[in-house]
Ligand binder design. Sequence first.
Ligand code: LIP
Length: 274
Amino acid sequence: MADLESILAFITDIAEQAGDLIVELRAHNQLNHDYKQGIELVTNADVAADKLITQAIRERFPDHQILAEESNPDFSSIEMSDTPLWVIDPIDGTVNYARHHLQVAISIAYVVKGKIQVALVYNPFLAEMFTAIRHSGAWLNDQPIRCSQTLDLKKSLIATGFPYDKSKHLPQLMAQLTSVLENCADVRRIGSAAIDLCWVALGRLDGYYETVSPWDCAAGWLIAKEAGAKCGYFKTPHGGVKHELHSENLLVTNPNIHDALKHVLNQADPEYSI
Ligand code: LIP
């Protein structure tokens, strides 16, 4: 298996190339919008960045597995085995990207036997490159980063997000949001799980909760963990969580407020009158 430092150097290079590509496509108004299942926005830039990243990986590591939002989103096609797995979101925050916001990220994670080993989240619009190697800390550009130390939930800033199709779980989502607003200082809806997680790692947020796809959260999860955050779930499946790509009911916070925020979210009930 390649050493983790060389893996990080490799993905840093391809993330910078992909970053240049998506910045250029947007700057020259060369974006086409399409919708997956008629509801989830995808642009030609998402597809082009996915192709650039996955082609580079296949050329260097032809035997590795790839889970990528645009070119191979089929989670059932991968195995949590000795064969390394790459988990890629070529543009996390696609709606932000298409509407010319700045909270946009390229997310790449390197996984072996279901454990995330190397992580990169790159925002080319803010020149912010978040990285982590397992058991070796988390970084923003060339500086080490640590999560916040906020002790009081009432003083905590919490991020979350919502699925494209809100029809299925809206009462639950609103009950959770109501409970958080009643018990925390405020919420933020940034529009990119990868950035939410990196901002918890950096202390710009005190916590984050959401259900997303594995590619949205894999890299940010390790970056937050290596920055001292507590990475877990406010609800866990029967039988427990089998690997680090589980992405439902995520709860990632500074360690001080984790249990309190978990309680706040679990007390939320769809029957709660708003
Ligand atoms: C986004 C997630 C975000 C979620 C959005 C969207 P995408 O991913 O990162 O947390 O709230 O609804 O799913 O679609 O921009 O890759």
